[in-house]
Design a protein around this ligand. Structure first.
Ligand code: DQA
Length: 144
């Protein structure tokens, strides 16, 4: 099973940005943590991070016909991007939305998620463990 793990804007700044909210783990250690978790599983994991909305749309479109699942933390684009929502709808790949923080208990604008409308599951507030839970969910539900 091929799973694409996509991170949106500012997630490359993990460990540096607002550590009280997002923790001290870096983006590189997040990747390492996911790879360790997936060791021995029959999974092919690809990582992608971009600060640009159109690049995220391009990556989701490129996954059509190749990825079996997507784990995505669209960062701030969660709350604004109809284009990313439409891209996920267009490719019809089972997608799990992940947020490190508990977005539904933060500012009102963070409580809106466009992409959620196209996702099979949403995980918020579990820190970076949320990515592992999302992968496990996709494997259990859609694995082959
Ligand atoms: C986030 C929450 C978003 O509101 C924020 O813009 C982020 C990270 C999270 O992982 O908690 O960049 O998606």
């Amino acid at each position: 099973m091929k799973i694409l793990v996509i991170n949106g804007p500012n997630l490359n700044m993990l460990g540096i940005r607002e550590p009280d909210i997002y923790g001290r783990e870096t983006y590189a250690s997040l990747i390492e943590k996911i790879l360790n978790h997936c060791k021995g599983k029959n999974l092919d994991i690809e990582f992608y991070q971009s600060n640009h909305e159109g690049d995220l749309v391009d990556k989701i479109q490129a996954a059509y016909g190749s990825a079996d699942g997507i784990v995505i933390n669209p960062g701030a684009y969660t709350h604004t991007s109809v284009a990313i929502l439409d891209a996920v709808k267009a490719v019809s790949i089972p997608t799990v939305e992940v947020h490190i923080s508990e977005v539904d208990k933060r500012e009102e604008f963070r409580q809106i998620s466009y992409i959620r409308l196209a996702c099979v599951k949403t995980i918020t507030g579990h820190g970076t463990d949320g990515y592992l839970e999302a992968i496990d969910f996709l494997e259990e539900r859609f694995g082959k």
